[in-house]
Design a protein around this ligand. Structure first.
Ligand SMILES: Nc1ncnc2c1ncn2[C@@H]1O[C@H](COP(=O)(O)OP(=O)(O)O)[C@@H](O)[C@H]1O
Ligand SMILES: [Mg+2]
Ligand SMILES: [Zn+2]
Length: 353
């Protein structure tokens, strides 16, 4: 049995560039001449089962017994920055940020949340853009959250993703002219006073820049990792660089960069054009030694789908961009699985007086 574990833990997934089967997560027993192998995986493996079974079978081809293999999803809570304490029913918070506005951060956050869900996770999205909430429209949700206990608000759900946004609570046509402290409180309230169910991932859609909301996030919200969205032109990259620097400074790990509007895809003939320049995302990723998670094209259907409240990953699931979103979501789950697990909350705090 130990030998089998050794063999399995040596297997490489050359596509994801990981060794997916960790020794401590493999259990093996023999039942009626059948070797029953169960592997717990900490990342979203939906769609990989057949390939993984083949890898295992070929690693064990010297065994003359039937082999039965099953995979179990087991997402853990991972370490968060500074002295933040993770929230008991939210395993991992993913912040989606950008330097500039209008680069498609909310679009990516929304499609990312749904993609994580499609791959088998329990997911929520928190719209932290207090001044310009986008998620109600993008997720096609109208209506007001209710409270069952008079304290916490029930999230509104679309596409099996739980959502909360200030957009549900204030009239969309009234400009929100709050100052710093109110922004601070609002973000924390939306996070802590929503009755989220047990979530594997909560995606936070941040406003652009490095302002009050980002400051609160850095100090008060237990974040597992950040994802930076940028377009490829130099002016966006300069701002993306600021975002990367900010997360570095506050010790929030950077999970990678997503390049949006990377290439224009013509709806008439399908030809591609690099309107905003070539390889900008790749350059900034290399410069900072972080991963380019993927690239999404500039395509009118993406914008139309967002305006309809039926994101591309729902409305055009077979499109290249939707497939790319799924790949990105999987990579993010792998990156999180590779980061340090959260032990801060498992041990009592020792206070020396
Ligand atoms: N890849 C894309 N192709 C076409 N339109 C896009 C794409 N990404 C975003 N958009 C559109 O661009 C606008 C700004 O996107 P949004 O996600 O609101 O940006 P941000 O949150 O960064 O301000 C929206 O109308 C959105 O539908
Ligand atoms: Mg936005
Ligand atoms: Zn054309």
């Amino acid at each position: 049995m130990e030998k089998i574990k050794d063999l399995l833990s040596a297997i490489d997934d050359t596509e994801l560039n990981i060794k997916p089967f960790l020794k401590k997560n493999i259990s093996i027993k023999e039942e009626n001449e059948v070797i029953v192998i169960s592997v717990a995986l900490g990342f979203l493996f939906t769609g990989l089962e057949d390939r993984y079974k083949k890898l295992i079978i070929s690693a064990l081809n010297h065994i003359n017994k039937s082999i039965s293999i099953n995979f179990v999803l087991n997402i853990s809570s991972h370490q968060t920055q500074g002295s933040t304490q993770s929230i008991s029913n939210i395993k991992n918070i993913i912040a989606v940020a950008s330097g500039k506005g209008g680069v498609g951060k909310s679009t990516i956050a929304c499609n990312l949340a749904i993609s994580l869900k499609k791959l088998g996770a329990k997911v929520g999205i928190l719209d932290a853009d207090i001044y310009g909430p986008s998620q109600p429209k993008m997720m096609g949700i109208s209506g007001k959250p209710e409270s069952l206990d008079g304290k916490k608000l029930q999230p509104l759900t679309a596409f099996d993703v739980e959502t909360m946004s200030i957009g549900y609570l204030v009239d969309p046509d009234t400009p929100v002219v709050w100052r710093g402290p109110m922004v601070t409180n609002t973000l924390q309230q939306l996070l802590n006073e929503t009755n989220w169910s047990d979530l594997d991932y909560l995606v936070i859609d941040l406003p652009p820049g490095t302002g009050d909301t980002q400051l609160t996030l850095a100090q008060k919200v237990p974040v597992t990792g950040a994802v930076i969205v940028t377009t490829p032109q130099d002016i966006a990259l300069i701002d993306a660089q600021k975002g990367i620097g900010m997360f570095e400074k506050v010790n929030i790990p950077n999970l990678g960069i997503i390049e949006n509007m990377a290439v224009f895809e013509c709806p008439n003939c399908g030809h591609h054009e690099h309107i905003f320049g070539n390889n900008g995302g790749k350059k900034i990723a290399e410069k900072n030694n972080i991963e380019l998670l993927g690239s999404i094209p500039l395509k009118s259907s993406i914008q139309k789908n967002m305006d309809l409240g039926t994101p591309s990953v729902i409305n055009d699931p077979d499109s290249l961009e939707s497939q790319e979103m799924l790949r990105i979501a999987r990579k993010i789950s792998v990156k999180i699985a590779q980061s340090k697990e959260n032990f801060k909350d498992k041990f009592p705090k020792i206070v020396i007086e």
